[in-house]
Design a protein around this ligand. Structure first.
Ligand SMILES: Nc1nc2c(ncn2[C@@H]2O[C@H](COP(=O)(O)OP(=O)(O)OP(=O)(O)O)[C@@H](O)[C@H]2O)c(=O)[nH]1
Ligand SMILES: [Mg+2]
Length: 233
């Protein structure tokens, strides 16, 4: 199973890759980790590192680009190397950059999916410390639905950092949106329907990539997607 880890900047993708791969290894699985972020050296041991081919800081200098432009250019250069970066393992966990526009506006994600063999799934990691208002919540859920649509693979939406913050209750968010008035409130009510295109209505998964709380839930949800027989299939 290939697990593509996607999420906003600082949501915990790399920490998840590090600790969830250890979790799977402790269960006895052969696990490979892949760093597809040209801007960050991996915090886990891996020989499958995009930075062997392209480093964002060098691209920045070479093409006289800013941080974001250099990342987009690096990813473009790296596309041709992706197939060399996929290990042969039972679980392949693929860490990606936090610039969401790579997944929302470019075909980077699709190209990654096309380079993979076997069953692929995406974990969309939500930084729960940043979804305290209904507006933030709806915005991130809409992003996760668009990522799922663009990658065209099953996508599990997971709330991270449950060790330091309350995870929002979906019905409570809907209730708060229903109480608001005006044009924007109407827009939010329409946008909340995006939730239906994520796995959230079936199961809200809370986890901590630091403490590994909720990893059992993530693991069983992934396997349900794989078997296509669980309640989120
Ligand atoms: N308390 C807490 N902190 C976390 C958790 N997951 C990640 N962090 C912290 O959040 C920060 C960002 O974590 P990363 O794993 O680097 O996040 P990322 O999504 O890979 O970040 P980018 O690659 O920059 O987009 C680090 O300081 C982590 O220690 C969590 O579950 N709980
Ligand atoms: Mg990272």
């Amino acid at each position: 199973m290939n697990i593509i880890v996607v999420g906003t900047a600082g949501s915990g993708k790399s920490t998840f890759t590090l600790n969830f791969s250890d979790y799977l290894r402790r269960k006895g699985y052969l696990v490979g980790t892949v760093n597809l972020d040209p801007a960050s050296p991996p915090i886990y041991q891996t020989e499958w590192d995009i930075r062997k081919f392209v480093k964002a800081e060098e691209v920045m200098e070479q093409f006289n680009l800013g941080v974001n432009g250099a990342l987009l250019k690096s990813v473009e250069i790296a596309q041709q190397h992706i197939t060399k970066l996929i290990p042969d393992a039972e679980y392949v966990i693929i860490d990606t950059p936090g610039q969401m526009e790579l997944f929302l506006y470019s075909n980077f994600g699709e190209n990654v999916v096309e380079s993979l063999n076997g069953f692929s799934t995406c974990i969309f990691i939500v930084d729960s410390t940043r979804v305290s208002t209904p507006e933030n919540f709806i915005s991130i859920i809409a992003q996760s639905a668009v990522v799922s649509l663009r990658l065209s693979i099953p996508t599990l939406t997971v709330f991270n950092k449950c060790d330091i913050t309350e995870i929002p209750d979906l019905n409570e968010v809907k209730r708060r949106i229903g109480e608001e008035e005006g044009v924007l409130a109407e827009l939010m009510e329409k946008l909340v329907e995006f939730v239906e295109y994520t796995t959230l209505p079936y199961r809200l998964i809370r986890m901590s990539s630091i403490t590994s709380a909720g990893f059992d839930d993530v693991f069983s949800a992934l396997n349900e997607l794989f078997c296509a027989c669980g309640d989120i299939s």
